[in-house]
Design a protein around this ligand. Structure first.
Ligand code: WT7
Length: 621
C-alpha cells in the first residue's frame, strides 16, 4: 500500500496490469512523490510492449487484419496487414535498425507521411527498447532541427515525399535542410512513396526498400524495465521552445490499452478508425498502441477529409465498414460547411460509436455529427486528455454513460479530477467552475520533459502543489459532469493543435521589419481558434499585403504552416502596464469583440492605444 493512491485505486491498477504479458512481474506498484513529479509505477517489472501488441495475438489472431491502409488517392487500392504480417514487418524493421547501430535507449526520429511504415517503424523501436519521436510532417525543417538537437536522435526515417490531398510534400529535401551540419544524425532511412527526385548522401542515406531486403525475419522482443522510455513527443507550452514529453513503457501501456476498451466499448470484430496523424499523441495512443493492445483492426488514412471531395470520410467509413470513427471537432466543422446533404447520402450502417478529441466540441457541431453522421443511433464520446496524460482521462463510456452534448462527462475508473479556485484551493462544491487538476497519479502520465525535469515540475506541479495542473478550465454540473471550457494559459488551440503564443511571437519578431508582436486566440468558425497577431513595425514601415505575406512566410519557415497567423494587424503600440508588460487580456477582448468588458484602461502606460487598436481591428472574411 502507498499513500499516493487509495486502497481501491491500488487494487484497480494492479488487477488491470495482470491482464498484460510481463517478462517479470513488479515488486511494488507505485513509489515516489506526486509533489516532486517523480512517481514511478510497476517497480522491478520487465516487459516489452510489442509483445503485448503483437506476439500475444499470434495464436488466435494471426490472420486477423491488424492495420487497414487507405491511401490519399481513392483510385489507389487500399491494403492491409494481418497480425502475422505486422509482426513480421516489425521484426524486420527492428533488425534493420539494429544493423544501423540502434540500441536500447537510442532515439529514432520519424518525419513521415501516414503510411504503414510509420506505424511499423515506431513499433520496431519499441521492439528493441529504442525511443521513438515522431515529428508531424507539417512542421518546418527548422522545427525538425530543434527537436533533433533536443532529442539527439541518431537516425531519422522519412519518405521521399508525402501526399496530402493534392499536395506533394518534399520530406526528404526538408530533412536534408534540417540536418545540414548536425552531426548527431548518423543515418537517414528513406521510404519510397511519391518517386519524386531526391538527393541521397553516400554513407548517411539509405533506401529503405533496398536495405530491408537483407533484414532477418525474426527479432526477439527486448525486455525493458517498466519505466524505460517508450517515446518522446513534442508539444507547445505557454512559454519557451516546445517541450519533449517523455512517456515510459508499462504505465502507458496499462492505461492506454484499458481506456481504449472502456471508452469505445471495443468488441472483437470492430473496425476502429482514428483520423489523427501519428505525429500527435492521439495517433500514438488510439491509432497504434490502444487498438493493437486489444487485438483490434485499426484504420490508417493517408489523406485529408476534403480530398478529392468532402465525401471522403463517409466513403472510407462505408468502404472499410468502420464501426468507430474518432475525429476532431475542427474536421467535423470543416465538413459541416459543405452541407448535411453529403453525409445524408451515406447510410454508414456499420457505425456504432463516434468520438471527438482535441478541443471543446461546440453544441452545433455535436448535433450535426450525431444526426448526420451517427444517424442518431451512435453515442458520441467526447474524450478529454492531453499529450501529457498519455491516454483519455475524462470521457463517457460509449453506450454506458448518459450523454450531454459538449460535455466530456465523467472521469474514467481510477482517475481523480478536481477544480481549483482563484486562491489555489480545491473546490469542494459539486457545481463549480475552476482550473482543472488531477489529485492522484495515474500510470500513463508523462514522466518528465526530456532533459529538463525542473521545467516539468514548474509547468505542471508548481501552480497547485501536490496536484497536476492541466492548463485547462472546466465546469462541473449537478451530475458531476465536467465540461472543458478551454485553455487558461497562453496556449492557443488551433484546429485541435496546441500553439504557444510565445513561440509564434518569437518567430514573427525574426522578421527584420518587426520590433515587437503579440499573438492572441481568434474565435474561428472552423479551426475553433485562429491566431491574431498585433505587430509593431520598425519606423517608416507601413501595413501592406506584402509585409503580411512576408510575416506569414517567416512563421511558416520557423515553425510550419500550422502556426501562420490568420489575421495580422500592424499597430504603433501595444497596451502595456507601467512595468512594461503587455496586457494580453485587453488584446483578447478586442479580438473577441468584447469591447464593453475591457474595463478600466487608465492605469496603462499608453491608454490611448486601445481605441486605435479597436478602430483598426481586422475581420475574417
Ligand atoms: C489540449 C491537449 C488529447 C489529444 C489531442 C490534443 C484540449 C483535448 C479535449 C476535449 C475539450 C480538449 C485541451 C487540452 N482538449 N481534448 N475533449 N474537450 N478540450 O492533445 O495537443 O496535448 O492538447 O487539448 O485544451 O489541454 P494536445
Amino acid at each position: 500500500m502507498s499513500n499516493l493512491l487509495s486502497a481501491e485505486q491500488s487494487e484497480y491498477w494492479s488487477e488491470l496490469a495482470q491482464t498484460y504479458v510481463w517478462k517479470k512481474k513488479w515488486d511494488n506498484l507505485i513509489s515516489g512523490d506526486f509533489h516532486k513529479a517523480d512517481v514511478k509505477w510497476f517497480n522491478g517489472a520487465e516487459l516489452n510492449i510489442t509483445e503485448n501488441c503483437l506476439d500475444r495475438h499470434l495464436e488466435n489472431r494471426r490472420n486477423k487484419k491488424a492495420l487497414i491502409f487507405e491511401p490519399n488517392n481513392p483510385n489507389e487500392p487500399s491494403s492491409f496487414l494481418t497480425y502475422g504480417e505486422l509482426h513480421l514487418s516489425v521484426c524486420r524493421f527492428a533488425n534493420l535498425l539494429k544493423s544501423k547501430g540502434i540500441k536500447k535507449g537510442d532515439v529514432v526520429c520519424f518525419y513521415m507521411g501516414m503510411t504503414p511504415e510509420l506505424m511499423i517503424g515506431i513499433l520496431a523501436c519499441a521492439r528493441i527498447g529504442a525511443i521513438h519521436t515522431v515529428v508531424f510532417g507539417g512542421f518546418s525543417p527548422l522545427s525538425l532541427r530543434g527537436r533533433l538537437e533536443d532529442s539527439k536522435a541518431k537516425l531519422i526515417v522519412t519518405h521521399d515525399g508525402a501526399y496530402r490531398g493534392d499536395k506533394l510534400i518534399q520530406l526528404k529535401a526538408m530533412v536534408d535542410e534540417a540536418i545540414e551540419g548536425l552531426d548527431s544524425v548518423e543515418t537517414v532511412l528513406v521510404v519510397k512513396r511519391t518517386n519524386n527526385e531526391i538527393n541521397m548522401k553516400g554513407g548517411r542515406d539509405y533506401n529503405y526498400e533496398t536495405v530491408i531486403k537483407s533484414a532477418e525475419l525474426y527479432c526477439p522482443p527486448t525486455p525493458v524495465e517498466a519505466e524505460h522510455p517508450l517515446f518522446i513527443l513534442y508539444t507547445s507550452g505557454s512559454t519557451g521552445k516546445p517541450k519533449g514529453l517523455l512517456h515510459t513503457t508499462a504505465g502507458y501501456m496499462v492505461h492506454v490499452g484499458k481506456s481504449f476498451k472502456d471508452v469505445f466499448q471495443y468488441k472483437e470484430n470492430d473496425i476502429f478508425w482514428c483520423t489523427a496523424d501519428i505525429g500527435w499523441i492521439t495517433g500514438h495512443s488510439y491509432m497504434t498502441y490502444g487498438p493493437l493492445l486489444n487485438g483490434a483492426t485499426t484504420v490508417m488514412f493517408e489523406g485529408v477529409p476534403t480530398f478529392p471531395t468532402p465525401a471522403r470520410f463517409w466513403e472510407v467509413v462505408e468502404k472499410h465498414k468502420v464501426t468507430h470513427l474518432y475525429t476532431a471537432p475542427t474536421a467535423i466543422r470543416s465538413l459541416e460547411k459543405f452541407g448535411h446533404e453529403i453525409p445524408d447520402k451515406f447510410k454508414m450502417s456499420s457505425l456504432k460509436v463516434l468520438g471527438s478529441v482535441g478541443e471543446p466540441i461546440n453544441e452545433e457541431a455535436w448535433h450535426w455529427y450525431h444526426k448526420h453522421v451517427g444517424k442518431e443511433k451512435c453515442p458520441i464520446v467526447d474524450t478529454w486528455w492531453q499529450t501529457e496524460t498519455g491516454g483519455i482521462l475524462i470521457s463517457p463510456m460509449a453506450g454506458l454513460t448518459k450523454l450531454k452534448p459538449a460535455h466530456a462527462t465523467l472521469p474514467l475508473p481510477g482517475i481523480e479530477p478536481c477544480l481549483m479556485d482563484e486562491n489555489g484551493k480545491e473546490i469542494k462544491d459539486l457545481v463549480a467552475s475552476g482550473n482543472l487538476c488531477l489529485k492522484t497519479p495515474w500510470p500513463s502520465l508523462a514522466r518528465t520533459i526530456y532533459g529538463d525535469h525542473e521545467r516539468f515540475i514548474q509547468t505542471y506541479f508548481s501552480t497547485y502543489p501536490g496536484y497536476y495542473f492541466t492548463g485547462d478550465g472546466a465546469k462541473r454540473d449537478s451530475d458531476g459532469y465536467y465540461r472543458i471550457t478551454g485553455r487558461v494559459d497562453d496556449v492557443i488551440n488551433v484546429s485541435g493543435h496546441r500553439i504557444g503564443t510565445a513561440e509564434v511571437e518569437d518567430a514573427i519578431n525574426e522578421h527584420p521589419s518587426v520590433i515587437e508582436s503579440a499573438v492572441v486566440g481568434l474565435p474561428h468558425p472552423i479551426k475553433g481558434q485562429g491566431l491574431y497577431a498585433f505587430v509593431i513595425p520598425v519606423d517608416g514601415v507601413e501595413d501592406s499585403e506584402a509585409l503580411e505575406k512576408e510575416i506569414r512566410e517567416t512563421v511558416n519557415k520557423i515553425i510550419g504552416p500550422i502556426a501562420k497567423p490568420d489575421l495580422i494587424q500592424v499597430v504603433e503600440g501595444l497596451p502595456k502596464t507601467r512595468s512594461g508588460k503587455i496586457m494580453r487580456r485587453i488584446l483578447r477582448k478586442i479580438v473577441e469583440n468584447e469591447i464593453e468588458s475591457i474595463g478600466d484602461t487608465s492605469t496603462l502606460l499608453n491608454p490611448e492605444i486601445v481605441e486605435k487598436l479597436i478602430a483598426g481591428k481586422k475581420e475574417l472574411n
